[in-house]
Design a protein around this ligand. Structure first.
Ligand code: TXA
Ligand code: MG
Length: 319
């Protein structure tokens, strides 16, 4: 059930959270499927509804640093510096957890992932429920993350969804663990370059390391409506051949590149990196034209580095 996110609807959703019922809500990144992080039964309902493997931990959403007290054992100086600069915002920090955080939330890990969402509805909901809210992206496991309330309703008919319009970033938060060195476990809406301005020693975890430390990185993700073939930069000729060979093949491209493919009516993802990031999941989730989707590698800088990560994880084949 979609409800415009009025104060009354937020109160209703907060009451549902307090009764142990999951609800979906908008954040600045993507929609989340929330449950009280202190209620193991409610959190189990989120895993069950998503069909999420139980080894994949959830992010706990709070309104600010005061709400973290009691949930994390310590806040290292690097974490504090990042939090001060980027919260509220699309940065998730992995910190040592206390016993107050049920094991089901963290899939048995000794750490908990936390963030302060930069969205008035998300903040008002957590405030009204007065509990930290564990929330994965509000999609069935393996599907692209929902950037609109209608995407959530498509995956979970009957669920209470607070409709806050299209998510601003359309790409999930960047996940950082604060080991030595600090590592990006999942690329996301805050580019690595911006985080390095605060934490120069930050590295991007290798794929193997990210899979070991962040179980979500092991699982198949972002399955599009059609098979997706991703072409490396060096394979431009192969991309042209694939397009020429299949008139039903549908190209996903940056606006600036559309003129390179005359007569093809490609899916134009956007002009800027922010627009491309914003348009990607929507296209993967809703595009019904074409028999196969073709995409090509974008420069791995800034936000586009995270876009490339999602394209690689969505791709049925990389050539
Ligand atoms: O933007 C976002 O992060 C959205 C909104 C709703 O906040 N949430 C989201 O959640 O994308 P989810 O569950 O789809 O992705 C959470 C990611 C997974 O890759 C998971 O493995 C990782 O965070 N994660 C959670 N807890 C962790 C922990 N204790 N250690 C390492 N990785 C963790
Ligand atoms: Mg997800």
């Amino acid at each position: 059930m979609l409800l415009p996110a009025s104060p009354a609807a937020i109160r209703r959703a907060a009451a549902a959270l307090r009764r142990g019922e999951p609800v979906a809500f908008p954040t600045e990144t993507v929609y989340g499927l929330g449950a009280s992080a202190l209620d193991p039964e409610a959190v189990r309902k989120v895993f069950a509804a998503k069909g999420r493997p139980d080894d994949n931990p959830l992010i706990v959403h709070v309104t600010g640093l005061p709400m973290l007290r009691g949930l994390v054992r310590s806040l290292p100086p690097a974490a504090r510096a990042l939090a001060e600069r980027f919260w509220p915002g699309p940065l998730t920090l992995v910190l040592p957890k206390t016993r107050a955080v049920p094991g089901v939330v963290t899939a048995g890990l000794p750490t908990v992932a936390v963030r302060v969402p930069d969205h008035p509805v998300a903040l008002a909901l957590i405030e009204a429920a007065a509990v930290p809210v564990a929330a994965p992206s509000a999609n069935r496991s393996g599907r692209p993350s929902p950037t609109r309330a209608a995407h959530v309703a498509a995956d979970f008919p009957g669920l209470l969804v607070l409709d806050g319009g299209a998510a601003r970033h359309g790409l999930e938060s960047t996940v950082v663990s604060l080991g030595d060195p600090p590592r990006v476990l999942r690329l996301g809406a805050i580019p690595v370059e911006e985080l390095r301005a605060v934490l120069p020693g930050l590295v991007v975890a290798t794929k193997a390391r990210a899979r070991a430390e962040s179980p979500g990185m092991r699982h198949r993700h972002y399955a599009p409506t059609r098979p997706l073939v991703l072409f490396r930069r060096s394979r431009a000729a192969a991309l042209r051949e694939a397009l020429a060979a299949d008139p039903k093949a549908l190209l996903l491209c940056a606006d600036a590149d559309a003129p390179l493919f005359p007569g093809r009516r490609p899916v134009r993802l956007g002009a800027t990196p922010a627009e491309i990031a914003h348009g990607l999941f929507d296209a993967l989730r809703t595009e019904r034209r074409g028999s196969v989707l073709l995409a090509y590698a974008l420069p791995r800088r800034g936000l586009l580095r995270a876009v490339m990560d999602r394209l690689e994880r969505a791709a049925t084949r990389v050539v």
